[in-house]
Design a protein around this ligand. Structure first.
Ligand code: COA
Length: 367
C-alpha cells in the first residue's frame, strides 16, 4: 500500500489588512475587547479582483512549485471552502481550468472550517487505495463577502486567504498516519448561512433580513470547540499508538486564541507546541490549517520527520484531527517549471470556449 506524503505547500493572502481599530469604526467594539476575547489583531480582506478560485490558484501554483510537480501530473483536485465561488460549478473545477490540470478530476468538499482536514484525509485515502498518485488539496476563503459588517458578534472573527497542499504517493513510510472525522448535524443552526440554498432561496426578503450572511451562536460554538478539539487529537494519536509526548507540533484551526489555549490545557501540552497565527489572519476557515502550517515551515519550526497533528472544527457541526509525519518534496532528478502551465492553461481555456461555441453553432444547424 503506498503512503500519502505532503510534498508541496503554498499560501496566498490578499494584501488589504483590516485592523481591530478599523472594525471599531464599523460596529461598537474595541481593539482591546477583540484581542482579549479572541486573540485577533488584524485580518486580510480580499480586494474586488480576488475570488476563491483565483486565490486558490495562487496557493496551488506555489504548492506545485515546492512539490516540483506540473499541473498535468495531478490526478485529483479537492477544493474545500465555506465561501465557494458558486453553489455550482465546483470551485475545484475553476482551479483545474486556471492551472491547466488537464488530467485531474475535481470536486468541492463542504465541511465548513473542518474542510481542509477532511479533504486531506480523502486525498490520502485515494492515494492509499493505489488508484491515483498526485492530489492537490486547496482551502480558499473570501468570507468577507458573507460577513455582516454590522454584526459585531461575527465581523470581528473572519479573514480571507487560501492554502494548498500537494499529496503524493510513495513507497517510503511517512506522510499521513491517521485521521478521525466527526460530525453532529443536530448543531447545524449554531453556525450557518441561512439563505441562498434550496431551503431558503434568495428573495428580496432574505436579503433584507441579512440571511445571506454568517449567523452564529458564539457561545455554543465556543463550548463545542473546547469540548471536541483535545479529544479528537487524542483519538487520532491513539489510532497509531502514539501519545502527545511523540508530537512536535499541533496545528489547530485558528478561530480563537482562547479555544486553542483550552485545547492545550485539555491535552496537558505546553502552548508553545501549538502553531498560532490567529492574531494576524483571524479565522480563515478552511485555509487556516494550511496557512498556519506553512508559516511554521517558513520559520523552520516544522521539520522533516516531525510528528504534526492537524485539528479543526466548524459548522455542520464537524470536527477532525490528523497525524502526519512531515516529509517534504519527494527526491527527483527533474526540475519542473510550473508558471508556464498557468499561461498555457489560460490560452487552452480560451480556445476550448471558442471551439465549444463553433461546435454548438454547427450542431444546431444539424438538428
Ligand atoms: C464570538 C465570541 C468571541 C464572543 O465572546 P464571548 O466571550 O462569548 O462574548 P459574549 O457573547 O458572552 O458577550 C459578552 C459581552 O460582550 C458583548 N460583545 C459581543 N461582541 C462584542 C464585540 N465585538 N465588541 C464588544 N462587545 C461585544 C456582548 O454583547 C456581551 O455584552 P453583555 O454582557 O452586556 O450582554 C466567542 O463566543 C467565540 O469566539 N465563539 C466561537 C466562535 C467561533 O470560533 N466561530 C467560528 C468557528 S469555526
Amino acid at each position: 500500500m503506498p503512503f500519502a506524503h505532503i510534498t508541496g505547500w503554498g499560501m496566498y493572502v490578499p494584501e488589504p489588512v483590516l485592523t481591530n481599530d478599523d472594525i471599531s469604526k464599523l460596529v461598537e467594539t474595541s481593539d482591546e475587547w477583540i484581542r482579549e476575547r479572541t486573540g485577533i489583531r488584524e485580518r486580510h480582506i480580499a480586494s474586488e479582483t480576488d475570488f476563491p478560485s483565483t486565490m486558490g490558484v495562487e496557493a496551488a501554483i506555489r504548492a506545485l512549485k515546492v512539490a516540483n510537480l506540473v499541473p498535468t501530473e495531478l490526478d485529483l483536485i479537492i477544493c474545500t471552502s465555506s465561501s465557494p465561488e458558486y453553489i455550482f460549478p465546483a470551485t475545484a473545477c475553476l482551479i483545474q481550468d486556471q492551472i491547466g490540470a488537464t488530467k485531474a478530476g475535481a470536486f468541492d468538499l463542504q465541511a465548513a472550517c473542518t474542510g481542509f482536514v477532511y479533504a486531506l484525509n480523502m486525498g490520502a485515502q485515494a492515494i492509499r487505495s493505489g488508484s491515483i498518485k498526485n492530489v492537490l488539496v486547496v482551502g480558499t476563503e473570501v468570507l468577507s463577502r458573507f460577513t455582516n459588517w454590522k454584526d459585531r458578534n461575527t465581523c470581528i472573527l473572519f479573514g480571507d486567504g487560501a492554502g494548498a497542499f500537494v499529496l503524493q504517493a510513495s513507497d517510503q513510510p511517512g506522510g499521513v498516519m491517521s485521521a478521525v472525522m466527526h460530525s453532529d448535524g443536530s448543531g447545524a443552526d449554531a453556525l450557518n448561512v441561512p439563505a441562498g440554498g434550496a431551503h431558503c432561496p434568495a428573495t428580496e426578503a432574505t436579503i433584507r433580513e441579512g440571511k445571506h450572511f454568517i449567523h452564529m451562536d458564539g457561545k455554543e460554538v465556543f463550548r463545542f470547540a473546547t469540548r471536541v478539539m483535545g479529544k479528537a487529537v487524542t483519538e487520532a494519536l491513539e489510532q497509531i499508538q502514539l501519545t502527545t509526548n511523540d508530537v512536535q507540533w499541533i496545528v489547530p484551526h485558528q478561530a480563537n486564541y482562547r479555544i486553542i489555549d483550552s485545547a492545550a490545557k485539555h491535552l496537558k501540552m505546553p502552548l508553545d507546541k501549538f502553531v498560532i497565527n490567529v492574531d494576524r489572519y483571524g479565522n480563515t476557515s478552511t485555509a487556516s490549517v494550511p496557512i498556519a502550517t506553512i508559516e511554521a515551515i517558513q520559520k523552520s519550526q516544522i521539520k522533516p520527520k516531525d510528528k504534526v497533528v492537524f485539528v479543526a472544527f466548524g459548522g455542520g457541526l464537524t470536527w477532525a484531527a490528523m497525524v502526519v509525519e512531515w516529509t517534504g518534496p519527494l527526491p527527483s532528478k527533474k526540475h519542473v517549471r510550473v508558471e508556464p502551465y498557468r499561461w498555457f492553461a489560460r490560452l487552452r481555456s480560451y480556445i476550448r470556449r471558442i471551439l465549444r461555441h463553433i461546435e454548438g453553432f454547427f450542431s444546431r444547424k444539424e438538428l
